[in-house]
Write a protein that binds this ligand. Sequence first.
Ligand code: ATP
Ligand code: MG
Length: 494
Amino acid sequence: MERIQADANIQTLRHISSIFTETHEALDDLLEEVINTATAIVGVKNASLLLLDEKSHTLQFYQASGKKKGELKQFEIPAGMGIAGIVAETGKPIVSNDVQNDERWLRQVSDTVSLDVERLASFPLKAGDKVYGVVQYLDKKDGEEFTKEDEEILDRFTQMMARFFQVTQSREQLGKELDQLKQKTLQNYVIVGESEPIKECISQAERVADSKAAVLITGESGTGKELFAHLIHDRSRRQNQPYISISCGALPASILERELFGHEKGAFTGADSRKIGLFEAADKGTLFLDEIGEMPLDMQVKLLRVLQEENFMRLGGTHPIQVDVRILSATNRELEKCVQEGTFRQDLFYRINVIQLKLPPLRERAKDVPDLVSFFLKKHSQDQRPKKLDKGVLPHLMGYSWPGNIRQLENSIERAVVLATENELSRESFPFDDHQPPIDVDVGQSLKDASDAFRRVFIKNTLKSTSGNRTKAAKILEVQRSYLSRLIKELGID
Ligand SMILES: Nc1ncnc2c1ncn2[C@@H]1O[C@H](COP(=O)(O)OP(=O)(O)OP(=O)(O)O)[C@@H](O)[C@H]1O
Ligand SMILES: [Mg+2]
């Protein structure tokens, strides 16, 4: 008899552990099923699960078997009170075979819901040192006392439940962390800037997003080409499909080819399994070919073929594979020049350059510097209060030529924040090489932009020489003080 009993228990425990490992049901349904199973195996009449709310330090009925379960949910039991409260507080089980004469028993609950209880086994839902709640088993169907053996089974059972709980809780925690990560990633894709040139770029990117037209994003290093590639994908109908990016300059031709097109098993020495390439991985989505100007000529031919025919073969493959991929590319080279010099194929240039998005260098939109600065200050201050800039630092940053564009600005802010000992960042936190020509006199910008850039630096330097005294500066510049103030405002110097 003993033996059969033990076997039956092992069976039941197996059954329970399969519930824990195999089911993907919602937590509520799962707990309900578990409680019901426990009720069945030890032959208890009722069971309930109470969870500990860490903030209020109270136990709340989460699940209960039997008819009273709805009513029970209204109760909150302070930790330390009643048998369940003591179990939650101490983390130790309590078995009471005569609760009516047990002074720890909290009569109030059972009386209110008219539940006659004679015996009770109460176990902490505990993993490591953490108590998540309490599981209670009330009375046995045969009216007998809880035996040592019952106690052992119920204890093991509760421990299993606790482990499950721990996993679920850490899953929730994981979910929260993922959300935070997502927020952070989203922050990485924010495009800051209110200046006309950047607004025009954003609007152009939004207009082309929905078509399948190939877009070539050009601009100096650090102007946000990759950021705009993301923007186009995110605003397109392909937003929930893959976005795959590859830097064409970083890889030798043979590896780039394998990466893009994939290969069959045995296609070359070392190809011991089939691998799909990025074109296949990006099917229905977007493929971003970064630094396309660096692509070797023989790869350019292969790429052109795929773009023309919309199909390709894996290396060593015999069947053409059809794909639907939107191509975005980027370069900081002047591809027209490369075409003339013969380092970039003209036919490929036409294919990838259906629409060209030209991103302006930062020095041509110094007006955006203040917004960018506060965005990066916030981003790099982590959870602390963002640092502030000393007076005079912003004009210094606006007058600088930023050869590395926004990336350089971001890096300088990050560096300044990390090294800062004060709450305010001083001019010394941004030790730029002032011999750098502060204004861009290259052709390609409007006369107004060029003269604004010049005026910004000139006025700033004059103000510096008068220690910020506008009256003196106006005298030197031979303009009215009010006009100088207007210029300072318009050019965003202060
Ligand atoms: N308008 C903007 N607002 C906020 N952050 C920006 C903006 N433009 C660029 N950045 C940030 O500046 C950094 C450089 O941008 P990105 O990598 O897109 O430049 P890139 O043009 O691709 O540079 P490279 O040619 O060197 O590859 C990134 O961290 C990006 O998030
Ligand atoms: Mg880039």
